[in-house]
Ligand binder design. Structure first.
Ligand code: NAD
Length: 529
């Protein structure tokens, strides 16, 4: 199965990112290492609060000229950025694959291609989506109202390591289209790819300071939140999300929280067995399972449970694992040893409580950090593998007696980002999907929804709040202004204003009854216009 030998890692240089100290012993530089080899890929500075403030101040200045451009012109210029990304796709893929350890196919398909598509979608549709919207007023017929979408100012994006290009760049695209500037704090584990994106952006001739990148650890992200920006889009773990949401609350700025996931996959009695098995393998093991929408737990109807487990095991045995820079592999490296420790803990807990280790279960290392694709059968909800986010190449399978039981178990979670239903009956699949507590539910496919740019993406429960992608999220990225004016000239003064007298009070009371009792005037006016 593997292009690398089975050993225990323990190599300190196999960590994706480490920090070096300067002469004073202060941590100043992040060294980014390739997880597949331990090789040093590059360095990024650990930026201070003052440095972050400077980047934000420059972004704010650049935004003033950008925000007043006609939206069509902003879109034209951003399409040039898209073209540059497409032209330099190979370079981006190589760096992405090296810095994260993911296969080149995934760097291309899950990261570069979606951003080319997102920029295209926004640039094509933003003039319509962000156009002024007239409101139909049901009561104030003498007035007119419309919504105007103004740029917010500077948007802060704080992002994780698992998709270090597509996640921040989707938010960058949305912010820039709406006329804001944007400052990204990439993960300290994968800081280089956003610096590459910035290099490409600047080379395109777009205003340099419009896209800022601040590298560093949590405190750099905290400094960004406190730097006077207008909104935060955060993607990361639940616990960090709590701290970030609290900091945004203290600064009184809106935030989008894109947090963890624990996606269930329900395999119904009537599912296509081969398609379902292949989907579990792709959905559970793409990017070594380090995907917020990874299939982490499977609820298989008892009539398909055994053949499904057997087939998934066979398919996992066919996967090629190794250094993605050397050859085309299916499964690459794990980002850093801590993720392997998490996987090991889940496996140990599950096996100690009666789960069957069908395949995998241990580290596979040449140099670099690799973990065998692992399948656990006979799982139940006493096991952490079915309840807590794994974020690694481990999938647990539980046998269920009915689809109702599967839905109940799918909903027995503090997380609710994505879910999957597999059945040959499309109507039943849709019915079941509507009963599952998740931001997105996909019938008979996996992972696809994040790349459907028209559709809102985000979670419920502790998976977060707010959405990215789609029309509503783009409008949310802007600042909505309600503009109201008179339809025709009115006599001066306000009939319901000062002075408040007994007579005017009586008239208002009569007005209330005339307007709102039974089929009152308001309803009848509504029918007339
Ligand atoms: P993380 O929460 O450790 O870090 C995310 C980012 O937050 C990093 O850039 C980090 O430096 C920064 N950060 C840390 N402390 C901060 C603070 N106090 N203030 C401001 N910023 C701070 O997450 P991670 O390990 O990089 O990513 C993995 C997690 O991300 C998983 O839980 C995964 O499910 C989640 N994720 C969610 C989505 C989604 O769209 N819902 C997508 C991808 C990943």
């Amino acid at each position: 199965m593997s292009a690398v030998s089975t050993q225990t890692s323990g190599q300190p240089n196999a960590t994706a990112a480490t920090t070096t100290a300067n002469g004073n012993g202060t941590a100043q530089t992040i060294k980014s290492h390739a997880p597949a080899t331990g090789e040093l890929v590059g360095e990024a500075p650990v930026m201070s609060k003052e440095q972050v403030a400077q980047v934000v101040a420059r972004a704010r200045k650049a935004q003033r000229a950008w925000g007043v451009l006609p939206i069509e012109e902003r879109c034209d210029r951003l399409l040039r950025f898209r073209d540059a990304i497409v032209d330099r796709a190979e370079e981006i893929v190589q760096l992405l694959s090296k810095e994260t350890g993911k296969p080149r196919h995934e760097a291309l398909l899950h990261e570069v291609l979606p951003i080319a598509d997102t920029l295209t979608y926004y640039c094509k549709n933003a003039p319509r989506i962000l156009a002024d919207r007239e409101l139909e007023l049901h009561l104030f017929k003498h007035k007119k109202s419309y919504l105007h979408y103004a740029p917010r100012g500077v948007i802060g994006v704080i992002s994780p390591w698992n998709f270090p290009f597509t996640i921040p760049m989707g938010d960058v695209a949305a912010a820039l289209v709406t006329g804001s500037a944007v400052v990204v704090k990439p993960s300290e584990v994968t800081p280089l790819i956003m610096l590459k994106a910035k290099e490409i952006f600047d080379a395109t001739g777009l205003p340099e300071d419009l896209l800022g990148v601040v590298t560093g650890y949590g405190p750099t992200g905290q400094a960004l939140i406190e730097s006077g920006i207008q909104k935060v889009v955060f993607t990361g773990g639940v616990e960090t999300g709590r701290r970030v949401a609290a900091a945004c609350g203290a600064a009184l700025i809106p935030c989008v929280m894109e947090l963890g996931g624990k996606a269930p996959l329900i395999a119904c009695a009537d599912c296509d067995l081969e398609h379902t098995a292949r989907s579990i393998v792709l959905g559970g093991f793409a990017n070594s399972g380090q995907v917020c929408v990874s299939v982490e737990r499977v609820y298989a109807h008892e009539s398909v449970y055994e053949p499904l487990v057997r087939r998934v095991k066979q398919l996992l045995g066919e996967l090629k694992q190794g250094d993605p820079a050397k050859s085309f592999v299916d499964i690459g490296a794990i980002i850093f040893p801590k993720q392997m420790e998490v996987a090991e803990k889940h496996i140990e807990d599950a096996v100690s409580k009666g789960a069957e280790l069908v395949c995998g279960g241990k580290r596979v290392t040449g140099p670099g950090d690799f973990f065998e694709p692992t399948l656990l059968a006979n799982c139940n909800h006493d096991m952490t593998v079915m309840r807590e986010e794994i974020f690694g190449p481990v999938v647990g399978v539980q046998k269920v007696a009915s689809e109702e039981e599967a839905i109940r178990l799918a909903n027995d979670s503090h997380l609710g980002l994505n879910a999957y239903v597999f059945t040959k009956d499309r109507a039943k699949g849709k019915r079941m999907a509507e009963q599952i507590e998740a931001g997105s539910v996909v019938v008979n496919d996996v992972l696809i929804n994040h790349t459907i740019t028209e559709a809102p993406f985000g979670g419920i429960k502790q998976s977060g709040f707010g959405r990215v992608h789609g029309e509503d999220a783009l409008r949310e990225m802007a600042e909505v202004r309600h503009i109201n004016y008179d339809r025709f000239a009115l006599p001066p003064g306000n009939p319901v204003g000062f002075p408040y007298t007994e007579k005017s009070y009586g008239l208002m009371m009569k007005g209330l009854r005339a307007l709102f009792s039974g089929r009152g005037i308001v309803q009848r006016i509504g029918e007339l216009f």
